[in-house]
Design a binder for this molecule. Structure first.
Ligand code: NAI
Ligand code: MG
Length: 366
């Protein structure tokens, strides 16, 4: 039976960029014999409009059973007035929570043709390909006690960083598994010098590395030094694994090493399913971009690269993922640009479907 892929285009530019991904999925079916059982459903504002909820139970169930879920984006000004319980974002949050997606993968990849977009020097970023794995469901954003309390005659804001051994173990395993499909190196970042959770983090990651992944090279870095090294010489890294808070900061910083929001894919992974592959949700980092929605201006590359990640990490198709990434690279090297990838001096941008056409043509030539 074919692997099954659930597609949730969502709102705004979500359906526009997803339409290009659908053409690419069809190409892999027709030209590479890679058939998927694709089903499409509603999420976010689109689901609210149809069903009065941003994610129905039926869609949730399909997501639980899918080999991978590919999502466009949710939200938009039309829904800003809605009650929080039915806001589009809640659909996405429900997916992440009920699928228990504890590892957030944010690649920082810099295509040579776009290296001048970075705020860093070209040779620091050109050809960069690293992956930050951020723990997503625990840590200081969730730990108890939390709140604002009164103490004497002033208030105190409290959050607690708390990690169990099993929470650290599972995200460490995700990082080591990824490293085996990439450059075989993991750098773990915490602040074991000043935080108890950091001491435990380092101990547990070390143990998992030694006992289960002795073939993967493991190093440790304090997260503040890691931030510095990310800007100084990011190519020293392959996979970085870190907690929720540090990962939030490090992944946003790393993303901007490489340029436009329209280029950035992501994935969130959970526990392995019966087939050994993790539960997985793939999505571009960007949102629904209401300012350009409906105009055919959106860059579909972030969503296309999210599908490439699905090929690599959910479907064991690393060579086909390479093929798709190489096609994107070629198109960029040929100077094809959507509006978001143009410097102010101009040239003429292609449309969303024009970029899709170019990627398909590059695939045909691959
Ligand atoms: P956004 O990412 O939608 O847009 C930020 C800026 O980047 C805009 O100027 C937009 O035109 C541009 N941009 C984004 N993606 C692009 C692409 N593929 N090609 C070309 N330009 C692109 O973030 P914003 O404006 O803060 O949020 C808009 C809506 O999206 C809100 O309702 C927000 O809640 C939602 N959102 C949803 C996310 C998701 O579905 N995961 C993530 C972030 C925001
Ligand atoms: Mg953030």
């Amino acid at each position: 039976t074919n692997p099954n892929l659930l597609i949730l285009p969502g709102d705004g530019i979500g359906p526009e960029v997803m339409a290009e991904v659908r053409r690419i999925i069809d190409w892999f079916g027709a030209k590479r014999g890679l058939a998927f059982d694709v089903s499409e459903d509603l999420v976010g504002g689109a689901a609210y409009d149809a069903h009065g909820t941003p994610l129905t139970d039926a869609t949730m169930e399909k997501a639980q059973e899918a080999d991978a879920v590919l999502l466009g984006a949710v939200g938009g000004p039309k829904y800003d007035v809605l009650d929080f319980s039915v806001k589009p974002e809640r659909g996405l949050l429900r997916l992440r929570k009920e699928m228990d997606l504890f590892a957030n993968l944010r690649p920082a990849q810099c295509f040579d043709a776009l290296a001048d977009f970075s705020s860093l020097k070209r040779d620091v970023v050109a050809g960069l390909d690293i992956m930050i794995v951020r723990e997503l469901t625990s840590g200081i954003y969730f730990g108890e006690p939390r709140g604002i309390i009164h103490e004497g005659n002033e208030r105190v804001g409290i959050n607690t960083q708390r990690y169990t051994e099993s929470e650290i173990e599972r995200v460490a395993r995700s990082a080591f598994e990824l490293a085996r499909r990439r450059g075989n190196k993991v750098c773990s970042m915490e602040k074991a010098n000043v935080m108890e959770s950091g001491v435990l983090w380092r101990e547990v990651v070390t143990k998992i590395g030694e006992t289960e992944y002795p073939d993967v090279e493991l190093s440790h870095m304090y997260a503040d030094a890691g931030a510095m090294q990310l800007c100084r010489w990011p190519k020293q890294f392959d996979v970085i694994v870190t907690d929720n808070l540090f990962g939030d900061l490090l992944s946003d910083a790393a993303a901007m090493l490489t340029g436009s929001l329209g280029m950035l894919p992501s994935a969130s992974l959970g526990a392995p399913m019966a087939n050994g592959r993790p539960k997985a949700l793939y999505e571009p980092v960007h949102g629904s971009a209401p300012d350009i929605a409906g105009q055919g201006k959106a860059n579909p590359i972030a969503c296309i690269l999210s599908f490439a990640m699905a090929l690599r990490y959910s479907f064991d198709q690393g060579a086909e993922a390479d093929r798709l990434e190489a096609a994107v690279e070629k198109v960029l090297a040929d100077g094809v640009r959507t509006a978001d990838l143009m410097q102010s001096d101009g040239g003429s941008p292609v449309s969303t479907s024009g970029m899709g056409d170019a990627v398909l043509a590059a695939l045909d030539g691959s």
